[in-house]
Design a protein around this ligand. Structure first.
Ligand code: UN1
Length: 514
């Protein structure tokens, strides 16, 4: 495949013959030595590129380079490190169109959402550049005369980033842009479903390195590899932090392996996101929010709305109006204007959707709308589906699970307390929302007895968070927080300094030792 936007980005520089290289960093650009695989586009299932996975030995070379780069990078003043991130952000602006086209090609998300994803990268660059002058610690009074205390935040080390197909650029950026200003080097293992997105990013980083030659070349490298490489990353003590985004199963394995060596992991895993719609809600507003949250990105965001918890008195109204809204949405080639729903990522994803729907029906669910594969007016070879609406009891076991596809479960509640119980009674805790015009309900929802999720929104949907807030959630979502607020602290280590400027040596806690 010879796509002009890949050429413009310079991705072809990472190719040896017909195989794309999989181990890329400042000092190396190597073909893999692992198994070859064909990267495919969800749009039509066609092969986009041939890759060869990196091996664990090649990972080792990348980590050595990242360690060397870290040693130099950590001493560069943080605002100077911010300059490098600013250059990266400016390049992402310059190549926004081309980058978005690669995102659409490999993830299947529609172009406006792909542009939004690149914008998320740009936004986090701006945030990180500002942050590079604000990596602040506390000063603390000392109990001892002639002493003071303070905290400092120091660079942490080489940081590993493992990311998923559905946000193939933004999630890297959340981690890498903050990690870089914090003085860390980054080794990235992208999803094997989106390796060209990763090369496009590396091409941008390489352009930034050319513009700022004093930056050590190994600050950002990339490994396209399989499970063995993921496992080796988790085991590798040279990574004080492994940040992983993806399924709960993957995160559990990373968390356990990193935990065994007492390293740190930053996990952003599955969601089972809910929206409570009260009888007081502005239903027109709620309806628009439901549609974007439930079917945007073809239901493949970790923040996708999966459970609609509607007050009994308005559920019929919603169930009547939702299918009408759904049926007006164009489904098809995500590169085309006006299309709002692209394909599922692959056949496996389609099959999981179908088996979930079957189970839901077996458990008493009623498919009110959609669920079937579409083959007319869509590219052959892609898995395009009509998003499904399933009316089901809140305690049906299938409702406890996240299926990464557009299935919206609709269930009812009587009282707001009951709605919160239903909402919180799942293993995941990422995103939640309430639609209400009642201040008491809204405040209750955000109170200590309210939503137990990392994200709790009022009168907006569950997905599409801004980068300025901390992003992540509780329970099986993994507990990590990325992107905005004080998430930068994850990428640094804290030192507590006690300084004696007096002439005596008093001991803390009044201890006399003489
Ligand atoms: C993800 O799906 O892993 O809030 C991230 C959102 C996006 C990020 C989603 N800003 O939907």
């Amino acid at each position: 495949m010879n796509l002009h936007y890949l050429e413009k980005l310079g991705v072809d520089a990472f190719r040896t013959g017909s195989v794309y290289n999989s181990v890329i960093g400042g000092e190396f650009n190597q073909a893999g030595t692992g198994e070859q695989f064909a990267a495919r586009s969800p749009i039509d299932g066609a092969q986009t590129a041939l890759f060869q996975n990196a091996s664990v030995e090649q990972l080792n070379a990348a980590v050595e380079q990242a360690e060397a780069a870290f040693k130099a990078w950590r001493t560069v003043p943080a605002p100077k490190r911010g300059e490098f991130v600013r250059i990266i952000g400016n390049l992402a602006r310059e190549y926004k169109e081309e980058l978005a086209q690669v995102v659409t090609l490999e993830s299947g998300k529609i172009l406006p959402e792909a542009l939004g994803e690149v914008q998320e990268w740009i936004d986090v660059c701006d945030f990180a550049v500002g942050m590079s002058r604000q990596l602040h610690g506390l000063t603390i009074v000392s109990e001892r005369p002639g002493h003071r205390m303070m905290e400092q935040w120091q660079p942490l080390g080489p940081v590993a980033v493992i990311s998923a197909f559905n946000f193939p650029m933004a999630v890297w950026a959340w981690n890498a842009m903050l990690g870089l200003v914090c003085g860390d080097s980054i080794v990235w293992k992208p999803s094997e479903k989106t390796p060209l997105c990763a090369l496009a990013i590396q091409a941008i980083v390489d352009k930034a390195l050319e513009l700022m030659p004093e930056v050590p070349k190994g600050v950002c490298s990339l490994i396209v590899g399989g499970r063995d490489v993921g496992q080796a990353i988790s085991e590798d003590r040279r990574f004080p932090l492994v940040s992983a985004t993806g399924s709960t199963a993957m995160g559990r394995s990373v968390g356990e392996t990193v935990g065994k060596r007492l390293g740190r992991s930053l996990l952003e895993l599955g969601g089972n996101n809910a929206m409570i719609v009260s009888e007081t809600a502005d239903l027109d507003l709620a309806l628009r929010a439901i549609v974007f949250a439930a079917v945007g990105t073809a239901g493949q965001r970790c923040t996708t709305l999966r459970r609609l918890i509607a007050q009994e008195s308005i559920v019929d109204n919603l169930i009547e109006r939702l299918p009408k809204s759904y049926s007006s949405l164009r489904i098809g080639d995500p590169r085309n204007d006006g299309v709002l729903i692209g394909p599922l990522v692959d056949q496996g994803s389609f099959e999981r959707m179908q088996s979930t729907l079957k189970t839901a029906v077996e458990q008493g669910g009623e498919i009110v709308y959609g669920g079937e594969r579409l083959t007319d007016n869509v590219p052959a070879g892609g898995f395009y589906v009509n998003p499904a609406i399933v009316r089901i009891a809140h305690d049906a076991p299938i409702v406890q699970e996240e299926t990464f596809a557009p299935i919206l479960y609709v269930m009812t509640y009587e009282t707001i307390e009951q709605a919160l119980d239903i909402q919180n009674n799942v293993p995941q805790g990422l995103s939640s929302a309430i639609f209400t015009e009642s201040m008491r309900e809204a405040e209750f929802f955000m109170s200590p007895a309210g939503s137990d999720c990392g994200i709790a929104n009022v009168n907006i949907g569950t997905s599409g968070a801004e980068i300025g807030g901390a992003f992540g959630g509780e329970k099986e979502t993994g507990g990590g927080r990325e992107s905005g607020s004080d998430a930068w602290r994850n990428y640094m280590r804290r030192t507590t300094n006690t300084i004696n400027y007096g002439g005596d040596l008093p001991l803390a806690q009044g201890i006399v030792f003489e």
